[in-house]
Structure formats: structure tokens, C-alpha cells
Ligand binder design. Structure first.
Ligand SMILES: Nc1ncnc2c1ncn2[C@@H]1O[C@H](COP(=O)(O)OP(=O)(O)OP(=O)(O)O)[C@@H](O)[C@H]1O
Length: 722
């Protein structure tokens, strides 16, 4: 749109802005020099407080100067013209990645560019019907008219093009806003997957903006179809919270399904100033809670009864068994407590005094109760000896050194022996004991679960020096009941991606790590592909874990990832009753479904399809198999049959990084990722029956594709695609 009548004026505005930015950088640098001088002056007057304030300002200005310098090439990407109700004039607001403001801000005109996370920027993202409002500090709401929304493409400080949404004229002509008509979004969506997840600050959609700007201290749940931007929105929300709530990034954590996914989002975080946010997986977090790192068994629940056991271990019911078990143990301990009589009966610690120490305080961990009594007894014994020794020193008639030495020895011996058999409980020993404690289980009677199987299976795993993934949450909770969680830092905000794969007990554990029940949870119930773990519904999470918290639930159904032709296909596979995806762009090429008479032909056709995709411009290609073993075999097959294919990689369960290029992966590990083109290795009726889980697995596989999809099947095609 370089022939737009405003283009020259916008070019001039850009040049003026860049000049002004250079001047601001100079002003900041001068101010920093001045601060150095003032720091020295303050120090010479021993005024450490002002020296500290000047040094804070100096480092603050250093960061500002460097941020503005980085933005010189591309200071802003958008503009919105807004007139607050009651005002006469429309004001122009330029929106960029970094705020650019003069040193002394006297009026809004001194802010040359607003940061995309500033409250006012919301009108840029949400202005669609000519009206918009934004809130400041959750208290003041400004409402008004929006006349114009303009987007710019700027490279190396030069205005390349601009596009605009003339809202008033659109309203007058009653033209409907169409997503596909947004040229900037379209250009962005057609850019290709690349190696990693990308930032979307220039093209955040209105409904996404609302989610990003939800308040901090609540549970925000984003249920969205595949490719609806859940991960992207969740991460931008972290950036928003860091900026507006001035949080310490180390107090924010992203809990993701695996290391591959964390690597996949690693490029996006620095782009949105969220690089210092902690990133982890539930097993890693569990290791920090448990203070041990047991080896995790890779075995999967391969029978329905075992899957039931695994699922049950993730329910809040398990907490009841743990509580009964520990209460019983403590009761037994209390029953055994006896009066302590020492030093010829001069020191008596009676049963009641001891019991008081054990039962004192609500929700005190089990070992802590024992420790507290232990401390008390030790104190009383040592205190007696010390008081006696002091009496000797003072030369009291009825105290002598010999007796003092005898009492000291008696006290030491008592302390050494008395606590030797106290029933302190270690985590793994406690878990093993709990699993076998029939009485505790009898009281809870877990419905539909074979307790004998649960006990035998878990004992076998523990005896092999292993634990299973589904043991981690109970172990974490048991740790809480045994020793408390004071050794683990609490987070100001927890973001959970692929939240449908985290079970209720895991969420309960996470909630214990959250300072103000502050969560963003992103997930898709249609992608819950684990038979043995995860959530059954968001409602269950809200009821069983967050019933007392403030919650906001969003559903997002636009699929920004996949072209219409692919969305139309995977919509067929989405389990009935669940929301279908709404496509936002088309590519003009339908997915291909092709039968391969043999594994050999399938291999040849895979190689040919990779080459075809590459000719079409695909930079990232995913070849997805149902099982991990199939991926490994296929990868080896491709390596020997097509040595010319460069950047060929395979993803395994233990993989730590994602390399892009051509990736062979089991569907389960490709979750969350996206590729320009996808080849499904074998969508036969044997691999994907009409089973509920197979349908969800196939949905995940198909929805990894952005533009091109090629489905091979050896034998008959899965009924899910007919
Ligand atoms: N407003 C937007 N502008 C441009 N691209 C967008 C926008 N929203 C989402 N996208 C793109 O859509 C794609 C899918 O996003 P993302 O991976 O976050 O989706 P998701 O819902 O987490 O997907 P899945 O559940 O399948 O893992 C990404 O390429 C992302 O950059």
C-alpha cells in the first residue's frame, strides 16, 4: 500500500520517531553519566541511600537505552486512532515491542511508542466495531471511538508497506470483518513453521488479547482446538504479566509435557522478554519436591485394569488413603508414649506433655510432629543437666561436680537410646508401606480398582528400584504429609501447557506450589491421548481442585495453524460432542490419502513425498508414526534408503532438543509441535481402529500439519477417515 495518500506522511513520522529515539538514547546516556557523578558525590557525603537510588536509576536507564537502541530498526508495527468519550480529537497511538518515551513524561504525547503490553494497546488488538475500551490498574476504564487501525511492515528503519482497517468506513458499509481479509495475519500464517514457536505480537486477535490480559490471581483455563494458539497465547500472557505486574521471572514457571516441547518454545521466550521464566516438566518438579530422583519406569499400562490403577493413583481419593495411613501410624506412636523419668525422678516428662507436642498445630507434617516432640524432650533433658551444672558453678551446697558428670552421662545416654527406634518415615519406605497397608485401603475402598493388583504392581516396580509416572503425584503429596513443602519455592504464577494430560492429584500438588492460586492452563480435551493419565474434564478440575479459586474458562476454536483443507479433514476425526475447529485460511491443495501395497512402497512414497514437499517450499516436515518403535525403524530405513536427505532426525522419549528439518516422531511426542508438511506413515485400520483413543491420536497427528498433508496406509484405510 505504498501508493496510499498517507504513505509519505507515515514515512516522515517513522524518520522523526527514529531521530527522536536517537535523542532519547543520548539523553539517557547523559543522565547515566550524571548519575555516576551523583553516586560519587553521595558516597563522599556518606549518603548511601541516595547513592543506591542513583545507581538503581542508572541501571534502569541503561536497560531502557539498550531496549530503544534495539528497536531503532523497527520501532513499531501498528497504530490506532482513538478518541476518548467526551474528547474532541482523535489521538494517534503507535504500538511496538518496546515502549519509547522521553525522559520526562508530561503528557501522553511524550510517549512515542507504546509497548504491546501497555493497557492502552488493547484498543489496537480489540478495536473492531468502532468502539473500544481499556482498563488501567483494574480501576479506571477509558472508553471511546476508534477510527483507524493501521499495520506497518518496517525493515532496517524503512517503511516497506502498510495496511489498514478503516473501521468507520467498514461500519458504514456494514462489511463483515473476515479473518482471511487481514493481510498481515495471512502473511504471518503463510510464513511457515520454521524450527520453533514464534511470537505473534503484531497479529494477536481480539479474543486472544482478552485471554492474555486476564488478571494474575485466578485460574485461567484455555480450552482450544489444535492450532488455536493456546501455547502461543499462554506464553504471551506470561510476558504480559511480567511486564504489568512487575514480577520476578524466576517466580513464574511453565510446566510442559517434555523437554522437546520446552526446546520448541525456547526461541519465543526471549522475543517476548520471558527468557528467565522457569521451564520444567512435572517429573522434574516432582524430583525437587521429593528431594530424590528415582528412576522412572518407561513401561506403559498395557491392560485396562492396570490403566485403571494408574488413573486412580491420580485422583484426590488417594489422599484419603495416605491420611488414614499416617493418622493410624501417629496414633500407634502416641499409644506407645510413656512417662519419662530421669535423674532419680527429678525430671518427669509426663505423657500428656508429650502428646501435646505431637498433636499441636493443624496440618503439621508427620515427621515434623515427631521432630517437634524429639526437640522438646531433648531440650528438657539438656536443660536439666545445664541447670544442675550452673548450680555447681554457683557453689550451691546440694550440687556437686561428680553428680553433675553422672547426670550429663545419663542425659547423653538417654538421648542416644530413646530416639533410636522412633518411627520417622522416609518417602520411598513410607510409600512402600502405605501401598501394602491393607487396613488403610479397606477404609477407602477405591471404586472399580483392583487393590491387590495396585499393591502387587507397585511393589514390583518399587522393588526394581523404579517408580512409575503415576506414582510421582502421590509421592509428592506423601512428601507434603511427611515433611511439608518448605524446601520448595512457591511461584507467583504457574502456566501448564497440554493441561489435559495432567491429572487431578498432579494439579493438587501444583496448587500447593502456587502463592495465590494463580494459573494459566492451556489444553484440549480432544487431545487427551493417554489412556492411563490426564483429566476427564475441565469441570472435574474446577470442582475437585479449584473449587474455591476465582476461575475464567475460555474456549478458542479458530485454527490458525492448519489450512482449511486440513482442518476439514481433522474435524471429521474429532470425537463427537467436542467443538470443531474453524479454519481461517486456505491453501488450495487437498490432503492426499494413498494406499501403499507394502512397507517398501510406503518407504519409497515417503521419500518421494518429502522431496515433493521440499519443492513446494516446506522447511519443516514431520513423518508421524503411531508407536515409538515404528519411528525408530522408519528413521533407520530412511537413513539407508535416502542418504541424500539432510537434517533428518528422530524424536525419542529421552530426546532433549528439537532440530527442525525432517523429523520422524511418534505422535505422542509430536504433540504441541507443527510442521509445514506432514506425512502419516501408516493410517491403516489396524493401527487406528474406530476406538476413542485412536481417534484422538489421529486428530493430533493430522493437526500437526500447516499446509500439506499426505496420509499413507498399508492395508485398509482406518474407518476414522472414511
Ligand atoms: N494471532 C495469531 N497470529 C499469527 N499466528 C498465530 C496467531 N495465533 C496463533 N498463531 C499460530 O498458530 C499456530 C498454532 O499455535 P499454537 O501451537 O500455540 O497452538 P496450540 O493451540 O497450542 O496447538 P496444539 O494444541 O495443536 O499444540 C502457531 O504457528 C502460531 O504462531
Amino acid at each position: 500500500m505504498s501508493n496510499h495518500p498517507d504513505f509519505p506522511a507515515e514515512q516522515q513520522h517513522l524518520a522523526d520517531t527514529i531521530e527522536a529515539m536517537k535523542q532519547i538514547i543520548k539523553d539517557l546516556e547523559n543522565d547515566m553519566d550524571d548519575r555516576v557523578h551523583r553516586i560519587n558525590q553521595s558516597l563522599s557525603k556518606k549518603d548511601e541511600v541516595s547513592a543506591y537510588v542513583h545507581s538503581l536509576m542508572k541501571s534502569d536507564h541503561a536497560i531502557k537505552a539498550s531496549d530503544i537502541a534495539k528497536a531503532l530498526d523497527n520501532p513499531y508495527f501498528g497504530r490506532v486512532d482513538f478518541r476518548e468519550d467526551g474528547a474532541e480529537e482523535f489521538d494517534q497511538y503507535y504500538i511496538g515491542r518496546t515502549k519509547v518515551a522521553k525522559l520526562d513524561i508530561e503528557s501522553v504525547k511524550d510517549i512515542l511508542v507504546f509497548d504491546w503490553r501497555d493497557p492502552v494497546s488493547t484498543i489496537f488488538y480489540e478495536a473492531q466495531d468502532g468502539r473500544a475500551s481499556y482498563e488501567v490498574l483494574d480501576r479506571y476504564t477509558y472508553t471511546g471511538d476508534v477510527k483507524l487501525k493501521r499495520q506497518y511492515k518496517i525493515e532496517d528503519g524503512q517503511l516497506i508497506s502498510m495496511s489498514e482497517d478503516n473501521i468507520l468506513s467498514k461500519l458504514m458499509s456494514r462489511q463483515q470483518e473476515s479473518l482471511i481479509a487481514d493481510p498481515f495475519l495471512l502473511e504471518r500464517l503463510l510464513k511457515g513453521a520454521g524450527d520453533r514457536l514464534k511470537d505473534i505480537v503484531t497479529s494477536i486477535r481480539s479474543e486472544q488479547n482478552q485471554i492474555i490480559r486476564e488478571p494474575l490471581n485466578q485460574v485461567t483455563i484455555i480450552q482450544g482446538v489444535a492450532g488455536s494458539g493456546k501455547s502461543t497465547i499462554g506464553l504471551h500472557r506470561l510476558s504480559y504479566l511480567l511486564y504489568n505486574e512487575k514480577l520476578n521471572p524466576a517466580k513464574l514457571v511453565i510446566v510442559a509435557p517434555n523437554k522437546i516441547f520446552l526446546d520448541y518454545i525456547s526461541d519465543l521466550l526471549p522475543e517476548i522478554d520471558a527468557q528467565d521464566v522457569k521451564q520444567t516438566t512435572f517429573p522434574d518438579l516432582a524430583a525437587a519436591i521429593m528431594q530424590i530422583e528415582p528412576d522412572i519406569s518407561q513401561a506403559i499400562a498395557d491392560s485396562e485394569p492396570l490403566a485403571t490403577v494408574a488413573r486412580w493413583k491420580g485422583t484426590p481419593e488417594f489422599i484419603k488413603v495416605m491420611e488414614i495411613f499416617l493418622d493410624k501410624r501417629l496414633e500407634k506412636f502416641c499409644l506407645k508414649l510413656k512417662e519419662i523419668s530421669l535423674f532419680e525422678g527429678q525430671l518427669i516428662i509426663n505423657r500428656e506433655q508429650q502428646l501435646e507436642k505431637v498433636v499441636e498445630g493443624a496440618s503439621v507434617p508427620y515427621n515434623e510432629r515427631l521432630r517437634s516432640l524429639q526437640k522438646y524432650i531433648r531440650f528438657r533433658v539438656r536443660n536439666f543437666v545445664e541447670v544442675y551444672e550452673a548450680r555447681v558453678k554457683r557453689g550451691e551446697a546440694r550440687a556437686d561436680e561428680k553428680t553433675a558428670a553422672r547426670y550429663a552421662a545419663e542425659g547423653d545416654k538417654f538421648i542416644e537410646q530413646h530416639f533410636a527406634k522412633w518411627p520417622f518415615l522416609g518417602l520411598l519406605d513410607g510409600y512402600a508401606e502405605l501401598i501394602q497397608d491393607k487396613q488403610s485401603w479397606r477404609k477407602v475402598k477405591p471404586y472399580g480398582v483392583d487393590v491387590e493388583l495396585l499393591s502387587a504392581h507397585t511393589q514390583t516396580t518399587l522393588a526394581a528400584g523404579l517408580v512409575e509416572r503415576d506414582d510421582l503425584a502421590p509421592l509428592c503429596y506423601l512428601k507434603l504429609l511427611l515433611d511439608g513443602l518448605t524446601h520448595v519455592e512457591k511461584f507467583d504464577h504457574i502456566a501448564v501447557d497440554e493441561g489435559q494430560d495432567i491429572n487431578l492429584l498432579e494439579y493438587i500438588v501444583l496448587s500447593r506450589l502456587s502463592r495465590n492460586t494463580s494459573f494459566t492452563i492451556m489444553g484440549d480435551m480432544s487431545q487427551a491421548i493417554h489412556t492411563d493419565r490426564g483429566l476427564t474434564s475441565w469441570q472435574a478440575l474446577l470442582k475437585d481442585v479449584f473449587d474455591e479459586a476465582k476461575c475464567r474458562y475460555y474456549e478458542v476454536n479458530f485454527s490458525y495453524r492448519s489450512a482449511k483443507e486440513i482442518v476439514d479433514l481433522f474435524n471429521k476425526v474429532i470425537p463427537s460432542g467436542r467443538s470443531k475447529a474453524i479454519p481461517v485460511y486456505e491453501i488450495g491443495r487437498k490432503p492426499v490419502i494413498e494406499q501403499a501395497p507394502s512397507a517398501m512402497t510406503a518407504l519409497t512414497r515417503t521419500i518421494e513425498t518429502i522431496e515433493e514437499f521440499q519443492k513446494l517450499g516446506c522447511k519443516s516436515i514431520g513423518i508421524l508414526t503411531k508407536l515409538e518403535a515404528d519411528s525408530q525403524k522408519l528413521y533407520e530405513g530412511l537413513q539407508s534408503a535416502a542418504p541424500h536427505l539432510t537434517n533428518l532426525n528422530v524424536i525419542t522419549a529421552s530426546a532433549l532438543s528439537y532440530h527442525g528439518g525432517i523429523t520422524v516422531a511418534p505422535i505422542i511426542l509430536a504433540k504441541g509441535l507443527e510442521f509445514d508438511g506432514v506425512i502419516i506413515w501408516n493410517a491403516s485400520d489396524k493401527k487406528f481402529t474406530s476406538d476413542f483413543y485412536d481417534a484422538k491420536l489421529l486428530y493430533v497427528a493430522l493437526s500437526r500439519a500447516m499446509y500439506y498433508l499426505h496420509i499413507l496406509h498399508q492395508g485398509r484405510l482406518t474407518p476414522l477417515l472414511k
